[in-house]
Design a protein around this ligand. Structure first.
Ligand code: NAD
Length: 292
């Protein structure tokens, strides 16, 4: 069992750290927020009040932070005191350029590193059913796999440093686009007099089928577990979808990829957030699309 430091004990990191404890690892956790430290402490994590205390003696350091700037600041602060051979795993969703810079910091300290963003949301974090998309060397991936298995059920090695973040933003760009497409189809069906159930029964078994319809249907009724049945409480908040779409557009600009539908999806989610719906589930954008 490993001696693990976990930095960033928020909505995702808190339950992920708790699952490492359940798997028998020794986990010391740090978060700037006292509230998050307290909650993690109640779940069995040894919550400490400084980054240095969390990381002293750790052979594995995991970060789960909001953005690239936070990850780079924490990894830079740690760098002078890292023991050679430490495994650094960043599970945050961040831009590909920052992920590559983080790998560089780790290499300069003779450490192993993996970018390993997740999908599966807060319920996946709590139930240890996350999917990890990993980027880094084969050696780093092999070392990280048994640790990640305590927090998720599917772990995919996508390639070298930054490849996990690249896969994550491509997936979420497609998700944002497909959700808007699903919403437009149901809004058009309403105007044409179709019931939600009739359109669902056709689309979910025909060529329009996709996760946004079959699993996360944006209208109430056909899929009882979808947020549409609870007034669009998240789920996956629109603000987080906007964050991922903007990351995809930054990556498209810096790599020269052409993503006009990704750009349109980002503009629509920006408008939805600006109208006060950042905390609404991302499928709630159907309400804005109906009135546009
Ligand atoms: P969160 O805001 O709940 O948690 C982030 C935590 O990081 C906070 O508790 C904050 O206090 C802490 N923090 C910030 N800077 C810090 C620092 N320098 N040192 C220590 N702690 C620091 O966010 P979250 O929902 O847990 O998301 C974390 C990451 O996971 C994000 O990158 C997000 O995009 C990604 N993600 C979230 C979801 C989701 O459904 N919430 C799903 C997949 C991926």
């Amino acid at each position: 069992m490993a001696n693990i430091a976990f930095v960033g004990l928020g909505n995702m990191g808190g339950p992920m750290a708790a699952n490492l404890v359940k798997a028998g690892h020794v986990v010391r956790g740090f978060d700037l927020s006292e509230h998050s430290r307290k909650a993690a402490g109640e779940a069995g994590v040894q919550a400490v009040s400084s980054l240095a205390d969390a990381c002293e003696g750790a052979t594995v350091i995991i970060t789960m932070l909001p953005k690239g700037e936070h990850v780079l600041s924490v990894w830079s602060e740690l760098k002078p005191s890292l023991a050679s051979g430490t495994l650094l795993i960043d599970c945050s969703t961040i831009d590909v350029d920052s992920a590559r810079k983080a790998h560089q910091l780790s290499a300069e300290a003779n450490c192993h590193s993996l970018d390993a963003p997740v999908s599966g949301g807060i319920s996946g974090a709590a139930q240890a059913t996350l999917t990890f998309m990993a980027g880094g060397t084969q050696a780093a991936f092999d070392a990280a796999r048994p640790i990640l298995e305590a927090m998720g059920k599917r772990i995919v090695h996508c390639g070298g440093g930054g490849a996990g973040q690249a896969a994550k933003i491509c997936n979420n760009m497609l998700l944002g686009i497909s959700m808007i497409g699903a919403c437009e189809a149901f809004a058009l069906g309403e105007k044409l007099g179709l019931t939600h159930q009739a359109l669902f029964d056709v689309v979910s078994t025909s060529s329009g089928q996709c996760w946004s319809v079959n699993t996360y249907c944006p209208v109430p009724g056909p899929v009882p577990t979808s947020p549409a049945n609870r007034d669009y409480q998240p789920g996956f908040a629109a603000a987080l979808m906007l964050k991922d779409l903007l990351l995809s557009q930054d990556a498209a600009n810096s790599s020269g990829a052409n993503t006009p539908l990704g750009a349109a999806a980002a503009a629509l989610y920006r408008e939805f957030e600006a109208s006060g719906h950042g905390g609404t589930d991302f499928s709630g954008i159907i309400e804005m699309l109906r009135t546009k």
